[in-house]
Design a protein around this ligand. Sequence first.
Ligand SMILES: Cc1cc2nc3c(=O)[nH]c(=O)nc-3n(C[C@H](O)[C@H](O)[C@H](O)COP(=O)(O)OP(=O)(O)OC[C@H]3O[C@@H](n4cnc5c(N)ncnc54)[C@H](O)[C@@H]3O)c2cc1C
Length: 446
Amino acid sequence: MTHRVVIIGAGFGGLFAARALRHAPVEVTVIDRTNHHLFQPLLYQVATGVLSEGDIAPPIREVLRNQRNARVLLGEVVDVNLDGHEVVVETVSERQRVPYDSLIVATGAAQSYFGHDEYAINAPGMKTIDDALELRGRIFGAFEMAEAEPDPTRREAWLNFVVVGAGPTGVELVGQIAELAHRGLQRNYRSIDPQSARVILVEATDKVLAMFPEPLRRRAHRDLEQLGVEVRLHTMVTGVDRAGLDIKHNDHDGRIEAYTKIWAAGVQASPLGKILAEQSGITVDRAGRVPVLPDCTLPGHPEVFVVGDLLHLDNLPGLAEVAMQSGVHSARTITRRLKGDTSQRRFRYLDLGTMATIARFRAVVFIGPWRFSGAVGWVMWLVVHLAFLTGFKNRIAAVVNWAVAFLGHDRRQRTITEQQVFARTQAGRRAEEVSPTLEDEGSPLP
Ligand SMILES: Cc1cc2nc3c(=O)[nH]c(=O)nc-3n(C[C@H](O)[C@H](O)[C@H](O)COP(=O)(O)OP(=O)(O)OC[C@H]3O[C@@H](n4cnc5c(N)ncnc54)[C@H](O)[C@@H]3O)c2cc1C
């Protein structure tokens, strides 16, 4: 019988593993709960109207259409039976058991609210296409609400945008919102001046981009301030409601009134990690990641590989490149074993650099001892992201949209759905009063 490889998750780890198996004598089943492979590093550009969702999320079956040994199954894996060598999948119609000879688990991570999941409704995170489209609706919707709002205090609150967390995601997002407000919406409104919007970055620690070397951190901080972003360090969020955030800065309580809040602080690995760990007698780390052996296999289960954001090994960061390389490493191990080579080979991560863009012509990049910033860093960022974007047509679309946004300051993807408008208007507010589950208990309505 042909060797059956099941891959859970078609993010960077899972997709690169599947592709690396294209010439292997195996049957590959890729299971994902979405129909697309998501390029997460560009999600913030969907949220701010630069790119469309299709540009960064091609269908998995389209990506694998020429790979004859691969099939795609849409469904959520809810359990793994390590002893029985099968995974349990909830598909649209039924619960299926899918058997495997080798298993690659690449289910990534979700947003963490550090025990305050109730913040999510008023301060959504940005991990999925749904999140990015929701944020796009909230960001562009806020300008519409401000234009229609007669009360100056509320209008101001509609024009306040707060991003929580100054890691790469928070910095990229806040930079784009500042560019949008200060340059991208000129001459669009009659009652408000979008340039008067306040864009605020809130961070609990004393630095932005903590994982970057000190000179690049300082550069990013300065760039953000030049863009008009208010950077508030040493500031803890202590509460989130519909109308704003409660904060603590140097032991002083405070509040920011803002209808648009975005959570970009903290990640929690996929719950499948815990299921795998429990069955193999190990414990996940604080972020829910699975400690694996040096070849990315689960202790006691050489046929099970854990890759990408779910993997805990050598303090590797949650980066796309780690996911791709660990996925390929697992696929190559399976192929070698089928050829009779059962030696254990350590996964060695090749660091190709870390980068964050702040706005057009401004990015910070470090590759080992080399550091780049400003326009040079930005061009490097552009080239790398274009190279890794999946699909030729998506690259062309991205180049066109980038030209429109970065050369012309325009945003082409500004559609808000009727449903999103409804959620922010009188009718939406009345519906929330009738159905309080949509709203934090006791939080003031605008
Ligand atoms: C906003 C944002 C910006 C980022 N920017 C950068 C950057 O600039 N550079 C960088 O290197 N990294 C960046 N990252 C991190 C990078 O995207 C991740 O490290 C990478 O995506 C991890 O790949 P993965 O395959 O482990 O997981 P993912 O890419 O998250 O893929 C997981 C897949 O598993 C599927 N899945 C999850 N659970 C189940 C289940 N139970 N059943 C079925 N399917 C399931 C999901 O639908 C998803 O398709 C960013 C991440 C985010 C969120």
